[in-house]
Design a protein around this ligand. Structure first.
Ligand SMILES: [Zn+2]
Length: 293
């Protein structure tokens, strides 16, 4: 299948059209650096063919422990870099065979045989606690750990190119699942990106390549969602009632024209678990999200 690979800069390629994470390749004179790996094993075969045409892979940076960023790490070379939390979480509870067969059986049947045989869930080789910088020839890649989408998120910032790979701390096509999100870090991290980083281009975790305006829109959408949960809590709605009624805009897990998404019961589970997580965190903050802008 032909792939629509976007050339973000002369030396940076990304693919945004697949189910799961956006996947990127940064070409440096010291080797290729990958950011995230495809969700579908069949997409990984296509992406790997392209990546190998760019030269040897030096590093594979992973933004968080979720299956849509990590399942295919096994198929790629280079040393795998992630936060300590991502490594610990994958060691503790990486997805295993019956579940992976179930989801891939639904949206990637041709990929199922690829996650059997020698396949094993890949665990990061190198961990980042807070920050780390890679100097590869003329290319500087700053790795920045920021909580938000999960406690474990890692972003890659290229100051010379003014490009940020945000992972799911910024998405372009609706909200990701909030089932492991950290409040208020979700917003603090977007504010960090907006105020502290000199970027012209943001390659988000999911959706089209965007910029700071896109990050602002995403922030507002997320804020509206959290505020809505907070308002319903404060008028006395139970968590279950909010879970039954409220749906965030989700174009990440659902079917699209380009691919089959997750089974309906899982998509519904992401919605319900997201409300639960945010409800519990708001409750722990005294139920007063207040007038955060
Ligand atoms: Zn994701």
């Amino acid at each position: 299948m032909a792939q629509n690979i976007i050339r973000v800069r002369d030396n940076i390629y990304t693919i945004t059209e697949n189910l799961g994470s956006n996947d990127s390749a940064i070409v440096t004179s010291a080797g290729v650096v990958l950011f995230d790996s495809p969700h579908k094993a069949s997409d990984a075969m296509n992406w790997r063919r392209f990546v190998e045409s760019l030269g040897p892979t030096k590093y594979l940076i992973i933004s968080d422990h979720h299956i849509d960023h990590t399942l295919s790490a096994y198929f790629f070379g280079g040393e795998m870099i992630a936060t300590v939390g991502t490594r610990d979480t994958l060691l503790d509870r990486h997805p295993t065979s019956p579940f992976m067969d179930y989801v891939l059986g639904h949206f990637d049947p041709t990929g199922v045989p690829l996650i059997h045989g020698d396949y094993e869930y890949r665990i990061p080789d190198i961990t980042v606690t807070d920050r780390m910088t890679l100097f590869l020839g003329d290319t500087e890649i700053q790795l920045i750990h920021k909580k938000g989408h999960t406690p474990n998120n890692l972003m890659a910032y290229l100051p010379k190119e003014k490009v940020l790979f945000s992972g799911d701390n910024v998405c372009e096509c609706g909200l990701p699942s909030s089932q492991e999100c950290c409040l208020p870090d979700v917003f603090d991290t977007i504010d960090f990106i907006l105020n502290e980083l000199d970027v012209d281009t943001i390659v988000p975790g999911h959706g089209d390549v965007t910029d700071k305006d896109g990050a602002r829109k995403y922030r507002q959408m997320y804020l509206d969602y959290v505020n809505e949960i907070n308002a319903r809590m404060n008028r006395g709605d139970s968590k279950e009632k909010i879970q039954d009624e409220l749906r965030f805009p989700d174009l990440i897990h659902c079917d699209t024209e380009r691919y089959t998404g997750y089974p309906d019961e899982m998509v519904d589970g992401f919605q319900r678990n997201s409300v639960s997580r945010i409800y519990d965190q708001l409750l722990a903050m005294g139920g007063t999200w207040g007038d955060r802008k």
